[in-house]
Design a protein around this ligand. Sequence first.
Ligand SMILES: [Fe+2]
Length: 265
Amino acid sequence: MLLEKIFFRPIRFQDLVYPPDYSSKGKLRKNNVVIRAEWYQTNAFSVPVIMTSDLHHRTMNVFQRLMSILDISKYVVITAGDMAGKSSGGHGIRGSDNDPTEAYQFILKHAKAFYFIQGNHDLPHPDRMELRLKNADGTRCSLHNTILNIEGIGTIGGVDGIISNKSHPYKFREKDYIGMLKGILRQRVKILVTHETPAIKLFEPRMKHKMNSLIGKDRLFELVMRYSPKIHLYGHCHHPKPIIPHVNTIFVNADSRILIFEPIS
Ligand SMILES: [Fe+2]
């Protein structure tokens, strides 16, 4: 049987504009923060899907605004981490950590279903409530070290956090992170979700034999290439384009973006 090639066809976009953040040193930055909502038509799913990450302290506000422009009760929402942060006077504080559980509960209440992995600026709930969040069909919202088969989407699994030697609940030494990643990839999931960014190597067409490497982790990219999930959703670092088809995988960079996928009817 011939398998149809997955496509994501851009339809339109809308920019959501927010006041500037404070730098980590407490200085108010100059530029507004623009979060782009982008609509795509796709044959990858048979249900409408929203993918996003790295909204930091704006998560609740972004979802409230989204609810004024679309009916999120029809959408499965999948987030790839860093969905909380601290703010002061309406301005976010870059690099600040916080617990996203309240924002997760808000999304879970309004969306058709909700799934997440945690980022390096997320903190666990004091009672680990994030691990007990469940959808109406009983599926766990956390995708960490878990593989689910979601109706209309397919098999999906993920790994929390990033590769780092620093001490943090969602920072893992490379050996441990890679062990968890292999545990998901060996099951041949259709969709891999990580917060960590793959260092995608793109062939530079004008310069023969030259590769253009995007910011990220080489080891993550190598393993995704080896196991070839159909889709790799990730956040953390910002790649120039949100949809990057490469060999047998479509990389989806949701960092500070809202990607809205409408299935072809
Ligand atoms: Fe991050």
